[in-house]
Design a protein around this ligand. Structure first.
Ligand SMILES: Cc1cc2nc3c(=O)[nH]c(=O)nc-3n(C[C@H](O)[C@H](O)[C@H](O)COP(=O)(O)OP(=O)(O)OC[C@H]3O[C@@H](n4cnc5c(N)ncnc54)[C@H](O)[C@@H]3O)c2cc1C
Length: 345
């Protein structure tokens, strides 16, 4: 059931990454089980791939098995991990189910959304996930996590922190509101619709996609600025005293303030569209995205990310942490500070 020596670059939105020694696309939980047992018997490290939209994969690739679950079942609002996220959003808005309309246009699979608690335009999946069912990759036991047990926070869950790489998500259950009004809290949406408008969920989802497209934030083969991993840096959560006085700030429940990383980068001497290293530069539409301008490598990404971190740190004294997950790098690679890493060892 394994293909051999499969280039991973075409499976990522950055178009970067060396080969997987073995690759498989199981379509049922039973096939996933068999693949994991086989990998264990052959002592192969396993990496679980979704839509490849939040990854920097090493130029040397992955020396074991890359498993891409293709579970696309739907039972009510319980959705297989391999379903395309945008297909799910379209289904929800067409059924008048509110709660994910502002998350239209985010690439990837349903199963990856809980990993970093995807969010945009005033919504995040933590608000609407009721449970996540996952397979423990070691014990092969299946467990269902309630929303509280997922430990969701900004770009954070148990799946990308204390238990990174432990669970293979099989399905996600959502609790959406029937016939409820769309979420119109985000500045760009208020500006677009005006204060007294009452757009439908479908109109909000379409508008979010339109605004995102203007920023190169929907994957579009005709837009070179969308050859990215989306926002490359998380918005830093700072103590009030650490936040630059002039920066916009959003107070968090724990008293810290969230400062837009894009604001900090834009005022650190860097320019949209600028090439930073090899084939990697800043998007010409949105300074928060690192873009593969052509022929870029993972090594270029690392160099470019470090440059951005250095400029922002020198200007503002703030360290930006990368948002994508770095996959397949050996311990000797000096990755950008704060990077989340899944390594084969
Ligand atoms: C143009 C663009 C715009 C974006 N905009 C946003 C945005 O607005 N907001 C936002 O939050 N993100 C955004 N992203 C980032 C990305 O789309 C999301 O993080 C998305 O959820 C990643 O899904 P994926 O299926 O591509 O996962 P991948 O990139 O393939 O994997 C990401 C992580 O999830 C793990 N994973 C994937 N599937 C499973 C599974 N079934 N079980 C266990 N682990 C799994 C992988 O091992 C990896 O650690 C954007 C990316 C791009 C390219």
């Amino acid at each position: 059931m394994f293909s051999e020596d499969v280039s991973l670059a075409p499976y990522t939105t950055l178009g970067i990454g060396g080969p997987a020694r073995f690759f498989c696309t199981p379509t049922t939980p039973a096939e996933i089980h068999i693949a994991l047992v086989e990998a264990k018997n052959r002592a192969l490290p396993v990496f679980v791939l979704g839509g490849g939209s939040n990854l920097v994969i090493a130029d040397s690739g992955w020396p074991g098995l890359v498993l891409r679950p293709s579970l696309t079942h739907q039972v009510g609002l319980t959705i297989g991990a391999g379903m395309d996220w945008n297909d799910f959003v379209d289904h929800c808005v067409s059924q008048n189910l509110a709660g994910v309309e502002c998350l239209a246009g985010i690439p990837g699979t349903v199963g990856a959304t809980p990993i970093q608690n995807v969010g945009a335009y005033g919504q995040e999946v933590a608000d609407v996930i009721s449970s996540v069912t996952a397979l423990d990759r070691q014990s092969l036991e299946v467990r269902t996590f309630s929303n509280a047990e997922c430990h969701f926070a900004y770009r954070h869950s148990r799946f990308n922190t204390e238990e990174l790489g432990r669970w293979l998500i099989l399905e996600v259950a959502f609790a959406l509101k029937e016939n409820a009004a769309p979420n119109l809290t985000y500045r760009d949406l208020i500006h677009h619709f005006g204060p007294d408008a009452s757009p439908t969920l479908t109109e909000v989802a379409a508008t979010v996609r339109q605004i995102r497209a203007q920023k190169g934030m929907v994957v579009d083969p005709t837009d070179p600025d969308s050859r990215s991993a989306g926002s490359f840096f998380k918005n830093p959560l700072l103590r009030t005293s650490e936040a630059p006085g002039s920066a916009p700030r959003f107070v968090q429940p724990d008293g810290t303030v969230k400062v837009p990383a894009a604001w900090l980068i834009e005022r650190s001497g860097l320019m949209r569209g600028e090439t930073l290293a090899g084939g990697i530069g800043l998007s010409s539409k949105h300074i928060l995205a690192l873009v593969n301008q052509g022929g870029g490598s993972a090594a270029d990404i690392i160099e470019a990310a470090k440059k951005v971190q250095k400029c922002v740190h020198q200007t503002w004294g703030v360290l930006l942490h990368p948002e994508p997950i770095f996959v397949g790098f050996s311990g000797s690679t000096e990755l950008p500070e704060g990077a989340t890493v899944i390594s084969p060892a």
